[in-house]
Design a binder for this molecule. Structure first.
Ligand code: BGC
Length: 727
């Protein structure tokens, strides 16, 4: 009945303020059921007679609100009394508050917070009543005096709550309301402080030992008006001082003013922070007892599906960092990072990581929702811009390969992981429009030349300080054109659609690519990324020569990578799939800069945005763009799982119904075990060395057909059961 409710707003509209909308009513009959349907332009938290409704945070979550705004439904039958007060505290959230970096980046979807609800009651006598948002709802101020996603929250328990009058009907809300589609976001775990540090600057800093996204719950006892103030940071600088410059304009501060009524407990309601360290800027009495602080980790309520361990503790730490990169950045949408003034649904980052994400956690629902937003912000001509949601498409109109390709890559990977055709059915149009967009771009029919490209973002093979790698943009864009078209064809075949036209297009793109970008059997660009994507996207004229060339490029560079966002996810695959598993392992086990383990050796607990986030001399990459919690390079786990453990899904066996188990072994790891709870059941690949002998144990779920290939060349096709081998 939410359609019958009116959109309402507060009579006062102060920047970053939170307002409490409330309505009291009497119930004089026996209630059979009561459901609260509710949404907001902003964020809301509902209470009935002071008790919180549900345990979700950041509702109604983040979507392209003008086209799709979710409402939530809560069964509140047990909460309704004879005298009931429904109260809903609202904050600006994504819709109204400061989002995106830069001046005046507020009010992307609305100028003010608005609320809409319907409490639908069915009485025992089968009569019904709907208590809806309208001009009879009252508004009062809130103890949350200000709240902002980036800046943090200020709660003042010493202020007097004052009534502001009746709510006003808001006629200006531009939103299409839909039922909740995505996962809920909830508090997930609690992390206790590891230690209290006094920095050289004399700052009091608590180390939680883990970079994370969430907030700190603080206990304090003091007089009315006493203040607790906390700043959040990911890292300490070279000297050991608290470092916040990489947060850019995001303040990430929380401030609590005590009421003076005994022990008080505070935490933010509508804001989260990305941090490992907090600095205690103010605390009553100044005595810091670690028991009064706990970090609360928040993320989407996805079920953990994957697990991994091997004989190398540093690789285990790398895996841990991959998992924490995902936990920190899967807060309703896949974000680039959880701390600085971004936290956007960057499409490129999501496509790079999606396969790893779907091994670690069950992300089907999460991506269904996010891909609906991606399709909703897709331009008329099929172009997919950098972000989803995209703030009403008002600011970002540019399109880059590797980013827009999330439109084809993500649905395909989600289909492969879970075997549910729905995602392809629902997104086929968007996939097709994306391929058509590239096809229609520019003069060349079968190549993507020009445009505003990110290229091999953050690769190391260009001049110092450059964000973009040396691999030519045209090369990357045209390669992705081929890859996206190949995925569209695969999706069409799964759905039984006629995609002959796109099969033809694919052939033509590959032909044009080879003519233009391959010379004498090798990519015209001499970068690791160019070689890796030619191999991975199947664009070589001479695979062997290209693989030899890629291995040579890595060897010549001291077994070190130079790749960025585009090349990194494919580099190890391209090597191990073409006879160079040893080189892939050398890269994985490399500890010197640049490498995955370099950051591990530097104490990373999440994946860094830059290979050189902390340089060898201990200084930092520029403050401009330096996150220590960017999941993109965590995509290395899809190689560990797919090639080292050797578990791959055949395209005709989506949902792990038909798989290949073909481990690549390396004595330096001693043993390796990767597990996953698939929709078919539990699947694992385990290998271990005993002297020079190697043993394998594979657990295959019932109903799965697995082609097992051992390093000695033995091949066996099996179904559900446990299989043990030795060589
Ligand atoms: C984001 C990235 C993103 C990139 C694109 C950055 O600001 O944090 O992860 O993909 O911009 O250029």
């Amino acid at each position: 009945m939410i359609d019958k409710a009116k959109w309402i707003k507060s009579p006062e509209n102060r920047e970053e303020a939170c307002y409490d909308f409330f309505k009291s009513f009497k119930i004089d009959k026996k209630v059979k059921s009561a459901v609260l349907n509710i949404t907001a332009m902003g964020m809301y938290r509902a209470f009935i007679n002071g008790d919180r409704v549900g345990d979700e945070i950041f509702t109604p979550y983040f979507t392209e609100y003008n086209k799709r705004l979710q409402f939530q439904s809560y069964d509140v039958t047990e909460m309704i009394d004879e005298n009931t007060e429904l109260s809903v505290i609202c904050a600006e959230g994504w819709a109204v508050g400061y989002m995106r970096a830069g001046e005046n980046q507020r009010n992307h979807y609305a100028d003010n917070i608005s609320l809409k609800f319907s409490l639908d009651i069915v009485y025992e006598d089968d009569t019904t009543e709907n208590i809806v948002s309208d001009e009879n709802v009252k508004v009062r101020s809130s103890y949350i005096v200000s709240s902002s996603i980036y800046h943090g929250e200020t709660v003042d328990k010493s202020v007097e709550i004052c009534e502001l009058g009746n709510a006003l009907v808001d006629e200006n809300v531009e939103a299409v309301i839909i039922p909740q589609q995505g996962e809920k976001v909830k508090e997930q775990e609690v992390i206790k402080p590891v230690c209290l540090i006094e920095t050289p600057l004399g700052e009091k800093v608590i180390d939680f030992g883990q970079n994370l996204a969430g907030y700190v719950e603080v206990k304090a006892c003091g007089n009315a008006g006493d203040v607790v103030e906390i700043s959040h940071a990911e890292i300490l600088d070279k000297e050991g001082n608290f470092y916040t410059a990489n947060l850019r304009t995001a303040k990430q501060k929380t401030k609590y003013t005590l009421s003076g009524n005994g022990v008080e407990v505070f935490k933010p309601t509508f804001s989260w922070q990305g941090f490992r360290y907090i600095r205690i800027d103010k605390y009553p009495g100044n005595e810091i007892n670690l028991d009064n602080f706990r970090a609360i980790v928040v993320h989407s309520d996805m079920k953990r599906t994957g697990d991994f361990v091997c004989g190398n503790p540093k690789i285990n730490q790398l895996y841990h960092n991959v998992i924490w990169g995902q936990k920190s950045n899967f807060i309703d949408i896949p974000t680039d990072c959880p701390q600085r003034d971004e936290r956007h649904g960057w499409t490129g980052d999501a496509q790079v990581f999606v396969r790893t994400a779907a091994i670690n956690f069950d992300v089907e629902k999460f991506f269904e929702k996010w891909l609906s937003d991606l399709a909703a912000v897709q331009f008329e001509d099929g172009g997919v811009t950098w972000l989803a949601p995209n703030y009403k498409n008002r600011y970002l109109q540019d399109v880059s390969s590797g980013w827009g390709d999330a439109a084809t890559i993500c649905p395909w990977e989600i289909y492969l992981a879970y075997g549910n055709k729905k995602i392809l059915e629902n997104r086929f149009e968007s996939m097709k429009k994306w391929v058509d967009y590239i096809h229609n771009f520019g003069e060349e029919e079968y190549l993507w030349l020009g445009g505003k490209q990110f290229g091999d973002w953050l690769a190391l093979d260009n001049e110092d300080g450059s964000y973009k790698g040396a691999t030519p943009y045209d090369y990357i864009s045209s390669a992705y054109f081929a890859y996206s078209t190949s995925l569209l064809v695969k999706a069409g075949n799964v759905l039984g659609y006629d995609v002959a036209e796109y099969e033809e297009l694919y052939k033509n793109i590959v032909k044009a690519f080879k003519e233009r970008f391959i010379s004498d059997g090798l990519p015209v660009s001499n970068t690791q990324t160019a070689y890796a994507i030619a191999l991975y996207f199947d664009l070589c004229t001479d695979k062997k020569k290209t693989a030899d060339g890629l291995a040579r490029l890595v060897r010549e560079n001291g077994n070190k990578l130079t790749t960025g966002f585009v090349g990194t996810p494919y580099l190890l695959h391209a090597l191990s799939e073409n006879g160079y598993a040893d080189v892939a392992f050398d890269l994985l086990l490399q500890e010197e800069y640049p490498s995955w383990l370099y950051s591990v050796n530097r104490g990373a607990t999440t994946i860094w945005e830059h290979w050189d986030g902390v340089k060898e001399d201990g200084t930092f990459w520029s403050t401009d763009m330096n996150s220590y919690n960017h999941y993109a390079y965590g995509s290395v786990y899809d190689w560990i799982f797919g090639c080292a453990a050797g578990i791959k899904i055949f395209p005709d066996g989506a949902g792990y119904k038909h798989i290949s188990v073909k481990p690549n072994i390396d004595k330096r790891l001693g043993f390796l075990k990767a597990e996953i709870k698939t929709r078919q059941g539990e699947l694992s690949s385990y290998w271990y060395y005993k002297g020079d002998e190697v043993y394998f144990e594979f657990v295959i779920p019932n109903g799965t057909v697995a082609k097992i290939t051992l390093p000695d060349g033995r091949i066996e096709t099996v179904t559900g059961g446990k299989y043990i081998y030795g060589i």
